[in-house]
Design a binder for this molecule. Structure first.
Ligand code: KG4
Ligand code: ZN
Length: 360
């Protein structure tokens, strides 16, 4: 699409409607968002029941299910928003990172939809989507702010200076926090995905009964490591074969207390370092009740304002993708027919150069 249409008309500037599409992992999602802020519809078809028996996402099965779901999910999003196709001004679709086969389903659909309807389209980074999920809430943070992104695939802290500019301050060196939750759940025989189950179970246990050491690494810096704590839980289970089942809630509570203490310490420390007064917690693990409470409590001591999306906007969804797409399309960016998906995290040069922005 050499001469792809781009947004330019000033008269339309406040009435831009974007269709968002997300299919990076095991959720097929579509959403209609006005002006990058107002969610007119957000439909998410989860594949949890398909992958549950396997204890994790099976990539081949995920791609096939996305193919089955994509058209009904987009139709449902358009119907719910009461927006006919010819009123869609642009399409935003997750380009990566994620499972290649899964990404390709949404990406190819978006390409075809944009071409068929002669509207501009844009590939969006999934992580950028999570960061922007806070702008779908009533009281979004002003720039700059610091964001803790905690999901099944990523755990990182960003200094966010605009909707599309963010600078990496630290990230996990091994497992993501959500991945650790999922693995601990599997070890306890509680199935996939594990975050919600462990969160619920932790509320019934005593976090001081079983202590897991806190993997702070350097307390002054912002990198994480969660593989050690996962191994500590595994060792505990192996050395307590007769009692670990009845102590499940205490194990969950002890594990969650350790993870939450590290995450909340690092995000608060990052906010102090940057001199910001607003912070956001985004991604699937931002739904965690222990984390939401701990960050809010610590932040209030220092007069910081916390922004955490509603639970349904924490996990993967297409509204956050549409929100980013709005800003990128408004900036006259658009994708071309040769564009392709990518599986791994893409770092912008500015992310590596964070130290030059804020001396640590
Ligand atoms: O953002 P997301 O939906 O997908 C990725 O981009 O990875 O995050 C999914 C992750 C899973 O690891 C899931 O176990 C975790 O978020 N999760 C939770 C909770 N709800 C979902 N982890 C802890 N507590 C929760 N309440
Ligand atoms: Zn995600």
């Amino acid at each position: 699409m050499e001469n792809a249409p781009v947004w330019s008309g000033p008269g339309k500037a406040n009435k831009l409607i974007v269709l968002g599409i997300e299919s990076s992992c095991d959720e097929t999602a579509a959403a209609v968002v006005r002006d990058g802020r107002q969610v007119l519809s957000s439909v998410v078809a989860s594949q949890v029941s398909i992958h549950h028996p396997f204890g994790g996402v099976v990539p081949e099965l995920a791609s096939r299910k996305h193919i089955e779901a994509i058209v009904p999910v987009v139709n449902a999003a358009l119907a719910e928003a009461k927006i006919p196709t010819d009123q869609i001004d642009g399409i935003a679709v997750t380009q990566g990172p994620g499972l290649i086969g899964s990404l390709l389903v949404g990406f190819s659909f978006a390409k075809g939809f944009a071409y068929g309807n002669s509207i501009p389209w844009i590939g969006v980074d999934h992580l950028e989507g999570h960061i922007n999920s806070v702008f779908l809430e009533a009281d979004p943070p002003p720039f700059p702010f610091v964001a803790l992104l905690v999901s099944g695939g990523h755990t990182s802290i960003y200094y966010v200076t605009s909707h599309v500019d963010y600078h990496l301050m630290g990230q996990t060196r091994d497992d993501a926090a959500g991945e650790a939750y999922d693995k601990v759940s599997k070890m306890l025989g509680l199935g996939y995905p594990g975050g919600v189950v462990i969160d619920r179970m932790a509320a019934e246990g005593d976090p001081s009964k079983i202590h897991f050491s806190r993997p702070f690494l350097d307390k002054q810096l912002f990198d994480f490591s969660f593989s050690g704590i996962k191994s500590a839980v595994s060792r505990y289970i192996q050395t307590h074969p007769d009692t670990f089942r009845e102590d499940q809630a205490h194990i969950a509570a002890g594990f969650q207390a350790a993870v939450v203490e590290v995450l909340s310490h690092k995000i608060i420390h990052a906010v102090k370092k940057t001199g910001c007064s607003h912070l956001a917690v985004v991604g699937g693990v931002a739904a965690n009740r222990g984390l939401r409470y701990a960050v809010s409590r610590k932040a209030s001591k220092f007069g910081m304002k916390v922004h955490i999306p509603d639970i349904e906007l924490c996990g993967d969804n297409a509204a956050m993708i549409a929100a980013v797409g709005y800003h990128r399309l408004k900036g006259h960016e658009h994708a071309g027919m040769d564009d392709d998906v990518y599986s791994r995290v893409k770092f912008k040069p500015t992310q590596k150069a964070f130290q030059s922005y804020v001396p640590l």
